[in-house]
Design a protein around this ligand. Structure first.
Ligand code: TRP
Length: 346
């Protein structure tokens, strides 16, 4: 059995235990505010966060603003992106009275944890992280010290909240493995302060981007949650397809057609093949009309709630002020335990 299959099996057993024992778990999860959230995020993680929150799992979401400058020189859009994230969380059903939402840069104790945690990892281990390698290559620039060490910072986010459950996508698994290693090493070297966090892998099939590649802002193939119905229909109309009027699901030879089928099927909760049969010989035009309707129907409620929240001028700032305060209290308490364990109390 390969490592991924083993991790997925462990995660499935874990998911069953979480369902029956939600009070045993603390979730720490987060997002990098590099742009607007899209349909891939909603199906991939956000809906699952809402489900776990409603199940009663203690949940904290870090908006990792410092992670934005791992591979870019500007923080120009960070503030707007943070606001956009919070609006989408709320519209999706994240309840700020149950879930703590905070900005990483507003909680100094996280960075106090960073130095002892950095001492627990070798430079070679940092360089081996496949996700960091891929991100550094994609950035086309020299590897920054922050890019190399942000997985340690992320481990500090998790550890500071004593998170023992982290819902992640496949690309975050190396980071979670590091968080497990660092908490274990800290506990062995000093005293048992941290639980070892476990990965909870999403069950939802990945939502492809509209060109069939991974849905990603850098490929300009996303359906953003903040777009209007008209903008969404326009984006869908422009998807490159082919001349064959018979609609079939074949991601390798018909990436656009197949991505439209997958997207519509997820929104409607039906199998892709059923949709392909339904459109039959109607051609790509008919499929696009159907897909746009499916996405827009699915997002109607989300958009209405998002607009309503966006019209309240204080809402996001109030939620963040409250979340930052709660996060500071928890992270400071953990830091006090860390200082005690290390004997650095003066
Ligand atoms: N790096 C994560 C991402 O790009 C975001 C993140 C920051 C995170 N801190 C975290 C995820 C802590 C899980 C736990 O998606």
């Amino acid at each position: 059995m390969d490592t991924y299959t083993a991790t997925k099996n462990r995660s499935d057993t874990l998911a069953a235990h979480v369902d029956t024992n939600p009070q045993d778990y603390r979730i720490l999860t987060g997002d990098r505010p590099t742009g607007h959230l899209h349909l891939g995020h909603l199906f991939g993680t956000i809906n699952e966060r809402v489900r776990l929150q409603d199940r009663g799992v203690d949940t904290t979401i870090v908006i990792a603003d410092y992670q934005v400058i791992t591979d870019r020189d500007t923080t120009a859009n960070v503030r707007d992106n943070v606001t956009s994230l919070v609006l989408d969380y709320l519209a999706a059903g994240i309840d700020p009275t149950k879930t703590t939402i905070f900005a990483q840069s507003a909680v100094p104790a996280l960075n106090q944890l960073m130095l002892p945690f950095l001492s627990l990892v070798s430079e070679a281990e940092l360089h081996r992280n496949p996700t960091v390698k891929a991100e550094a290559e994609a950035s086309g620039r020299a590897l920054s010290g922050l890019m190399l060490t942000y997985p340690v910072s992320q481990a500090c986010d998790i550890a500071a909240f004593k998170g023992n459950l982290v819902p992640v996508g496949k690309d975050q698994l190396p980071h979670l493995e590091l968080a497990r290693t660092l908490t274990r090493r800290f506990n062995t070297r000093y005293a048992t302060v941290f639980p070892e966090p476990q990965a909870l892998l999403s069950d939802t099939p990945e939502v492809p981007g509209l060109d069939g590649r991974k849905m990603s802002k850098s490929y300009a193939n996303t359906i953003t949650l903040s777009a209007t119905a008209e903008q969404t229909s326009a984006v869908i109309r422009k998807v490159p397809t082919d001349q064959d009027r018979t609609i079939t699901f074949d991601p390798s030879t018909r990436p656009g057609i197949s991505a439209l089928l997958t997207t519509a099927a997820l929104c409607l909760g039906v199998p892709t093949n059923a949709l392909a049969d339904q459109v039959g010989n109607g051609g790509a035009g008919a499929l696009k009309v159907l897909a746009a309707e499916a996405v827009n129907d699915y997002l109607t409620g989300h958009r209405a709630r998002r607009t309503q929240y966006a019209n309240d001028p204080h809402l996001v700032a109030d939620i963040l002020a409250d979340g930052n305060a709660r996060a500071n209290t928890i992270a400071e308490a953990t830091l006090a335990e860390v200082r005690h364990a290390m004997g650095t109390t003066y």
